[in-house]
Design a protein around this ligand. Structure first.
Ligand SMILES: Nc1nc2c(ncn2[C@@H]2O[C@H](COP(=O)(O)OP(=O)(O)OP(=O)(O)O)[C@@H](O)[C@H]2O)c(=O)[nH]1
Ligand SMILES: [Mg+2]
Length: 146
């Protein structure tokens, strides 16, 4: 699963790997962000290998983190997604995390529903300018504590 600030290049990274492995330019994970968050839904991407088979990993793309309150993905949603509680297609709500009665809430996640690798994507052009209180840093600290 890829997380990081809005516009960092999460969706573009998935497109790049997809394109390299399939040998043609693909733009399945819509990417563009002139202002604010572009990806708003939780989407999983399997990459076809030979017909009928897929590479043995799945990319999960999420809404980006934003500094302002009530914008961008909720940290709680990232944690729930990691534990497998968020189903493909969920539309993130920046105001509140997914509730257990939501149709995309998975009450009983299997091992395959869980996230096994969390990748933080940050924009290289501003990496040196990030403050200690940036959202990605906060999430990392939160994980280290729990
Ligand atoms: N120069 C440069 N631009 C990039 C790179 N990756 C992505 N971009 C551009 O950055 C913008 C945002 O890319 P996205 O892939 O939509 O970013 P995102 O992290 O998915 O954004 P959200 O869905 O809003 O969270 C687009 O205009 C991309 O073309 C990169 O490696 N280098
Ligand atoms: Mg995106």
């Amino acid at each position: 699963m890829l997380y990081g600030p809005a516009g960092a290049g999460k969706s573009s990274f998935i497109n790049s790997v997809d394109s390299v492995l399939r040998g043609k330019i693909t733009r399945r994970a819509a990417a563009d962000a002139l202002f604010g968050s572009f990806t708003t839904k939780y989407r999983e991407y399997k990459i076809p290998k030979v017909p009928g088979t897929h590479y043995p990993f799945v990319f999960n793309d999420i809404m980006g983190l934003e500094r302002e309150a009530a914008r961008g993905v909720c940290l709680e949603d990232i944690k729930l997604a990691m534990k497998g509680h968020v189903n493909n297609g969920y539309k993130f709500n920046p105001i509140s995390a997914i509730s257990e009665d939501n149709q995309h809430y998975n009450r009983d996640p299997s091992l395959n529903d869980r996230v096994h690798v969390l990748v933080c994507v940050i924009p290289g052009s501003t990496a040196g300018l990030q403050n200690d209180d940036n959202p990605s840093q906060l999430l990392t600290e939160d994980f280290e504590k729990s």
